[in-house]
Ligand binder design. Sequence first.
Ligand code: SF4
Length: 199
Amino acid sequence: MSIEEEVNIATAQDNARRSAASMLASLPARLQKDEDRIAAQLQRHKGNAFAKITVLHDLLNAFGAAMAPFTACKAGCDACCHYNVSLFPIEARYIEHFAGHKQRGDPLPAQDFHGQPCPFLKEGRCGIYNARPISCRLHVAFTKTAYWCSPARSSEGQFQQIDLTGIREALVDVASASGGVAHTDIRQVFGVPARWTAT
Ligand code: SF4
């Protein structure tokens, strides 16, 4: 589909609803069950918080593969890496531990970062892909094109997402037990790319 065909926002929203419904209809039953049980599974898990986050990442990787044929998301598209990107303290520590990026000693004040690139965006790609936060993994565009993903347009309407409540609940459980559930933007804890810093 050409990008012009989704300039009409109602068309794009309808496409997103249809694609999400098709994806859900084709989702393997095993994945749905895994998602339903993940919070209870992690409560029984004997590993530490990082091991539990890795279990969530693995499950989301499986969802990502199942969703990919129904989304406009592809390598090199970085529009949503310019949105606000929330993460929990345990996820920031996960990035620090597994991707080797130190958190700022003095977190930046909460603010609207929409339109500014994530500090880990490098030449259109995620520089911490395997350690990226769960909010990045949950956000997909079920539209046919990325026209409405542009940060300049993305606030103009709501687009269908899927609600993986089991994964969200499991993440909150892990975060509660390991540093708290205060939502922070990734730029507050890891900084803003230099050209976006006020001079
Ligand atoms: S962590 Fe990676 S995927 Fe998430 S916003 Fe940053 S660059 Fe994009």
